[in-house]
Write a protein that binds this ligand. Structure first.
Ligand SMILES: N[C@@H](CCC(=O)N[C@@H](CS)C(=O)NCC(=O)O)C(=O)O
Length: 124
């Protein structure tokens, strides 16, 4: 008899700073072995397939997205981090690498990403 335990599935987009934030958190919190990471490339066939699959469950597909339990999805990076931190009783303020990234490189990258998305929307 097989007794399979569901591991939350973490969908990440390569180069996405919100996804990298989640990944750095999971790494520093030593939670990587408790999740199943699915990292996809922008423009890939795999990304299209995953987007199609997620669209059946979400009003708007975005990355990162986590399937926490079968059929239960969460899409905001900060909420995802808070959910895992709570479950593992981890105070994110005690993770120096994560905090350094959030206050530094991620902050800059995220604001560039938001600006890029805003410009793309204006151009449509
Ligand atoms: N508020 C979201 C923002 C996530 C976001 O904007 N992700 C972008 C990638 S950087 C995305 O999903 N874009 C849609 C796509 O590439 O299909 C969060 O913090 O998780």
């Amino acid at each position: 008899m097989t007794n399979t335990v569901f591991k939350p599935i973490v969908y990440l987009l390569h180069g996405c700073p919100f996804c990298m934030k989640v990944r750095v958190f999971l790494l520093e919190a030593r939670l990587l072995d408790q999740v199943d990471i699915r990292l996809v490339e922008q423009g890939s066939k795999e990304k299209c397939q995953i987007t199609e699959k997620l669209a059946a469950h979400l009003p708007k597909v975005g990355f990162p997205t986590v399937e926490l339990t079968p059929g239960q999805y969460m899409t905001e990076s900060d909420e995802i981090i808070a959910w895992f931190a709570k479950g593992a009783a981890i105070d994110i303020a005690t993770l120096p690498t994560f905090q350094d990234c959030v206050g530094g490189i991620f902050k800059d990258h995220i604001s560039l990403c938001r600006e890029n998305m805003r410009l793309q929307q204006q151009a449509v």
